[in-house]
Design a protein around this ligand. Sequence first.
Ligand SMILES: *[C@@H]1O[C@H](CO)[C@@H](O)[C@H](O)[C@H]1NC(C)=O
Ligand SMILES: *[C@@H]1O[C@H](CO)[C@@H](O)[C@H](O)[C@H]1NC(C)=O
Ligand SMILES: *[C@@H]1O[C@H](CO)[C@@H](O)[C@H](O)[C@H]1NC(C)=O
Ligand SMILES: *[C@@H]1O[C@H](CO)[C@@H](O)[C@H](O)[C@H]1NC(C)=O
Ligand SMILES: *[C@@H]1O[C@H](CO)[C@@H](O)[C@H](O)[C@H]1NC(C)=O
Ligand SMILES: *[C@@H]1O[C@H](CO)[C@@H](O)[C@H](O)[C@H]1NC(C)=O
Length: 305
Amino acid sequence: MYISQSLTLLILLSTVSAQTKSSKRGLVYVPSPKHPLDDRWWDSSTSDLTWYYNYGSQPSPAFSNNSNFQFVPMLWGAPSSSSDTTFLDDVTSLIKGGTNISYVLTFNEPDGGDNGGSNVDAQIAAETWIREVEPLKQLGVKLGAPAVTGAPTGFNWLQNFFTHCAGNCSADFLPVHWYGNFEGLASHVGQVNGTYQNMTMWVTEYAQDHATLEESQSFYNQSSQFFDRIDYITHYSYFGSFRSDASNVGPNAAMLTQKGDLTDIGSWYLGGTATGKVPKGAADKRGMFTGSSILIAMATIWTLL
Ligand SMILES: *[C@@H]1O[C@H](CO)[C@@H](O)[C@H](O)[C@H]1NC(C)=O
Ligand SMILES: *[C@@H]1O[C@H](CO)[C@@H](O)[C@H](O)[C@H]1NC(C)=O
Ligand SMILES: *[C@@H]1O[C@H](CO)[C@@H](O)[C@H](O)[C@H]1NC(C)=O
Ligand SMILES: *[C@@H]1O[C@H](CO)[C@@H](O)[C@H](O)[C@H]1NC(C)=O
Ligand SMILES: *[C@@H]1O[C@H](CO)[C@@H](O)[C@H](O)[C@H]1NC(C)=O
Ligand SMILES: *[C@@H]1O[C@H](CO)[C@@H](O)[C@H](O)[C@H]1NC(C)=O
């Protein structure tokens, strides 16, 4: 009897850990011109993805037939001219043209210039926000605060940003980036919530970078269960929608193998079961990225793809 109870418990527990579906899940993805067929994996009609972003203000043509895959425009950096309203105009046109835009994201790693971040001065960002982002509120769009890195510089930058806004940047939610282990992620999320208690959170880039396959998978499992459990995290997008040999966060974090097949993590993320496909890296590039755990950004990926 003792044995059969333990068995039941074991079965229950494994059912819980195999629960891989989540409506909070989205995609951060820049289509690869080199491997256009890889786009097919992210078709939202065959997965549980509900939203995506591509670091830009225009939807990805690859997903134009995915009506249930909501595009989230991003104002990546600050335009060079202080009267530029391209982002505002683009998003307004999309909405007027019938595209369902509920949210926008702003400023990708403005505090992380050296690793592909947008490197924007907090005052310029505040001025840009007031000109290009705040007016979208009138159209019913929810506004994402700047997506700073997970480093201490992120907290400082964000505080400066809100100071320069002087109450005129009404952010609705706070995007978070994290590269590192699960304990670090949980502690960071707690610190962000403690600092900005009025805002829900989106985790728009995260992975355990440069880890073993087992560590990467265990991190993936722990973090998705954590995000699904916490009410104030409403959306998350795993940083891994690329081939393992082009990954700047190490091969084991990637959702696609070097051949373009789904890895276990890739399949779990889409709501499927393990594929058993083991990702391999390119030549060992680890040295280039030491200490990069918090400063990974898209410009780097663009150059690698
Ligand atoms: C991760 O979760 C999957 C089920 O979703 C399970 O099969 C796998 O063993 C777990 N791996 C680790 C390392 O926790
Ligand atoms: C979308 O559907 C149209 C009409 O069926 C087709 O011509 C087009 O190639 C499709 N686009 C993509 C990106 O699949
Ligand atoms: C637009 O997307 C939101 C989710 O972000 C959804 O609740 C709403 O029903 C959608 N509206 C239309 C017209 O599809
Ligand atoms: C914020 O809004 C107030 C009231 O509209 C205005 O007086 C002030 O100049 C604005 N501050 C900035 C930094 O735009
Ligand atoms: C949360 O606080 C920040 C900083 O004071 C403010 O700019 C933002 O508009 C607030 N957001 C909400 C949803 O109240
Ligand atoms: C942040 O955490 C506190 C304490 O758990 C909670 O009361 C608060 O509602 C959280 N913030 C949001 C936006 O949910």
